[in-house]
Design a binder for this molecule. Structure first.
Ligand SMILES: Cc1ncc(COP(=O)(O)O)c(C=O)c1O
Length: 469
């Protein structure tokens, strides 16, 4: 959105509406991180991976099973999980190139054709008369996208800012809170490198201190995970940053319990939901955090360059925006969107991505993503040399799996899969995890996963070809 004080008539209408709203609502990949502070737990990691998977069920629904959110969950008649003709239609909805196999949908996902079409249409409309169409027609239309995103996530539209990605959303959150030298920001060693870099910049610039707790091994109870964060809290801790789904392994963290614990300890809570939104079905209202950041171009399959930031109403006023609006202390969530002139086409096409997502049904999609992941993971896990760094239990992970082969470097394996088999995966070379991250999406076929499994089995049996072929 453009500046709130624009002289364009429609901008004045919006500004008036925002004032009314204010009155009405015046009452919310690779990369190693820093050294571990509690290294003893880490020794247990590799040895427990297989054990964790052996002892857990691999099929099942998400833990929120049975909680229907109006407008988000589909009626049960839509929840036929084994209907391959349904999934054939979903596969065909993407105009992707099948002369390679894209198993890196975790970084960024292709959009279905309807989303691409909507973005193209919007861009052409913008281009006819940019100043008029962008600011007088398309900016106001974003209000419906805001409402739809808020409904899907589970918050009030007045707590929903549309951003360019999760990085922007989380940097607003991490940089926007006043801290004193010595104040601590607590996070984990499995949080995303850009967010870690954001905190490091504050360390260098302002003397705040980052503390990172290691996560307990994948078969640890969810209570142990909560305990690990709780033990990291000191009298100086002000902010907690926690990932909902860990980017390295796809591990689902018990964010609800972590937030409840952190709330009791009086912390400001930021949740990195980059990988959670659109992958697993959940209700944002059940997560008692202050800020929640998302990339819509990941699992929601919205256009590249889209994301959102949910800010709890009571936090909006005191959270400084990254780019300065006219009134940085405004209680209007739109202050976080004042980034200067920018395209609206992708943002508006989020609406189409939401329709596609709801058409499949969030729970059905979650189940399908888990089924695809389990298909390759359970097959490859049988091999002696294969290590799975992801716990396959349904409440611990969904679409994402990270897998290594003894003695094979992640980068070399990634290059081999591309060079020889035209398969795209993500290398993960982290202190605890050495493998490739594999992320199929709803358009992936079982045939493609078979080809991936065959390629991996060859490497597990024979190693990488010596001549690089
Ligand atoms: C956990 C996590 N947080 C944040 C991000 C940043 O997302 P983006 O690059 O879309 O801003 C990523 C990207 O992969 C991620 O995995």
């Amino acid at each position: 959105m453009q500046s709130m004080s624009f002289t364009e008539p429609i901008a004045q209408v919006i500004e008036k509406r925002m004032q009314t709203d204010r009155r009405m609502f015046l009452r919310t990949l690779t990369g190693a991180t820093a050294a571990y502070t509690l290294p003893s737990l880490i020794d247990d990691w590799p040895s427990i991976i297989h054990r964790a998977n052996a002892s857990q069920p691999v099929e099942g629904d998400n833990p929120r099973n049975g909680k229907t959110i109006p407008g988000r969950d589909q009626p049960s008649s839509m929840d036929d999980k084994n209907d391959e003709s349904f999934w054939f239609n979903v596969q065909q909805a993407f105009s992707i190139d099948r002369s390679y196999i894209n198993l890196n949908n975790g970084g960024v996902c292709p959009s279905p054709r309807v989303v691409m079409d909507a973005q193209r249409r919007q861009l052409e409309f913008t281009n006819n008369a940019p100043a008029r169409h962008l600011w007088q027609v398309q900016d106001p239309q974003l209000e419906l996208v805001r409402a739809k995103l808020a409904r899907l996530y589970g918050c009030d539209p007045e707590e929903m800012a549309i951003t360019r990605n999760a990085s922007e959303a989380l940097q607003i959150s991490l940089n926007g809170i006043d801290l004193k030298p010595g104040d601590e920001i607590l996070t984990s060693t499995h949080d995303y490198p850009r967010m870690i870099a954001t905190i490091r910049q504050r360390e260098k610039r302002e003397g705040v201190v980052m503390k990172q707790v290691p996560l307990p091994p994948p078969d640890a109870s969810q209570d142990e995970v909560v305990g690990a964060f709780e033990r990291g809290i000191t009298s100086k801790t002000r902010i907690l940053l926690v990932s909902h789904v860990v980017f390295l392994t796809g591990r689902i963290l018990p964010v609800q319990d972590i937030c409840a614990m952190a709330r009791k300890r009086g912390l400001i809570i930021i949740v990195d939901g980059a990988h959670a939104f659109g992958q697993i079905a959940y209700d944002g209202r059940e997560i008692d955090c202050d800020m929640y950041g998302v990339s819509c171009h990941k699992w929601l399959t919205a256009p590249i360059g889209t994301g959102f930031l949910h800010v709890r109403r009571g936090m909006i006023k005191d959270l400084w925006p990254l780019t300065a609006p006219e009134d940085p202390k405004s209680e209007n969530i739109r202050k976080f969107e004042e980034i200067g002139t920018h395209p609206d086409a992708g943002r508006l096409a989020i609406g189409e991505a939401i329709a596609f997502h709801l058409g499949i049904g969030p729970k059905r999609k979650e189940h399908r993503l888990r089924t695809l992941r389990n298909y390759w993971a359970t097959r490859l896990m049988k091999h002696q040399k294969v290590k799975l760094f992801t716990n396959l239990a349904p409440d611990r992970s969904c679409a994402i799996g990270t897998i290594g082969i003894d003695g094979i470097e992640p980068l070399a394996l990634t290059s081999h899969l591309w060079d020889k088999h035209k398969i795209i995966v993500t290398p993960i070379d982290h202190e605890d995890i050495h493998g490739v991250r594999v992320t199929a999406n709803v358009y992936t076929t079982f045939d493609e996963l078979d080809l991936f499994c065959e390629a991996m089995e060859n490497v597990a049996r024979e190693g990488l070809p010596k001549n690089g072929k």
